[in-house]
Design a protein around this ligand. Structure first.
Ligand SMILES: [Zn+2]
Ligand SMILES: [Zn+2]
Ligand SMILES: [Zn+2]
Ligand SMILES: [Zn+2]
Ligand SMILES: [Zn+2]
Length: 286
């Protein structure tokens, strides 16, 4: 064989191999679509199939949905429907399977109540009865009753200044049974001449000499100045005076060189009470 022939044979056989393998490759090539519930793996070009369909994954029917494939959502048959149990006193109409409810409980039916505890103005009462439907003993609270309004009484006294100017006080109406304050209003007083003079005198006295309440009333205003006991008491009890402070002032002005016992005795005599005296003694350093 000459060289030329030899080369032609090589080229031809190479071409033949290429064409042949192309044919083999083409006939064995498929474009597979995955299997579904109802169709097997299928070639979209030649429709050749491989294996079996997957089959549905059935989920059982419920009260409200039919038997359903969880993959492709295909359904079969009808929903089962609810199994209703009728409403009772305490529960609404309820499906015994899925527990779905409809409407409201009926509530108890009590025809005859017995009062167990009467209500007052501050506390609810209690009544009991038997339900004619379920025979259960039922209790309910009874509403509070209204308060009983009492008379007006002074809560905060009027205060009268050293110039006999009256600052109004407060009076209230309380409930007669529970004591709760129901109404409140301002009140003021018209001073009589004797009350007015007693006030002016009382301030004058207490400013020049710091004494206690009782001494101011009894010894100074009544005995020394001659006011009636009612006016003297009225005046002193409506003054703008802090008796604890007066006690401290007394102890500061008169305590020098005095023993604790002697000063206590003196202050009791001048109308201070034990509590006022104790605080005053502490304030001056005893
Ligand atoms: Zn194919
Ligand atoms: Zn399916
Ligand atoms: Zn149901
Ligand atoms: Zn009932
Ligand atoms: Zn009350």
């Amino acid at each position: 064989m000459d060289k030329k022939k030899k080369r032609t044979i090589i080229i031809l056989s190479t071409l033949a191999v290429i064409v042949l393998s192309g044919i083999i490759f083409y006939t064995s090539y498929h474009k597979w679509n995955e299997a579904t519930c109802e169709t097997p793996k299928t070639c979209s070009i030649c429709k050749k199939t491989d294996g079996e369909p997957l089959g549905h994954k059935w989920v059982k029917a419920t009260c409200e949905t039919p038997k359903t494939c969880s993959v492709c959502k295909k359904t079969e048959g009808e929903p089962l429907g609810h199994k209703w149990e009728e409403a009772t006193c305490k529960t609404p109409r309820t499906c015994s399977v899925c527990k779905k409810t409809e409407g409201k409980p009926l509530g108890h039916e009590v025809s005859k109540w017995t009062t167990i505890k009467e209500s007052t103005c501050s506390k609810d009462g209690l009544k009991e009865g038997t339900c004619s439907r379920c025979k259960e003993t039922v209790s309910e609270s009874l509403d509070k009753v209204a308060h009983t309004t009492g008379d007006w009484e002074v809560k905060t006294n009027c205060v009268i200044s050293a110039q006999a100017v009256v600052t109004p006080g407060e009076e209230v109406q309380k409930c007669k049974s529970c004591g709760k304050e129901l109404n409140s209003r301002e009140y003021t007083i018209e001073l009589t001449t004797s009350q007015r003079n007693a006030i002016l005198k009382a301030y004058e006295r207490v400013n020049s000499w710091h004494c206690g309440r009782d001494y101011l009333i009894n010894e100074l205003l009544v005995s020394d100045d001659g006011y009636p006991i009612e006016d003297a008491t009225f005046a002193v009890d409506h003054m703008n005076v802090d008796w604890k402070e007066e006690a401290v002032k007394y102890a500061k002005e008169n305590g020098r060189g005095e023993s604790k016992n002697k000063l206590t005795e003196e202050m009791l005599y001048y109308g201070f009470n034990q509590e006022q005296i104790d605080k005053a003694l502490v304030a001056v350093g005893y």
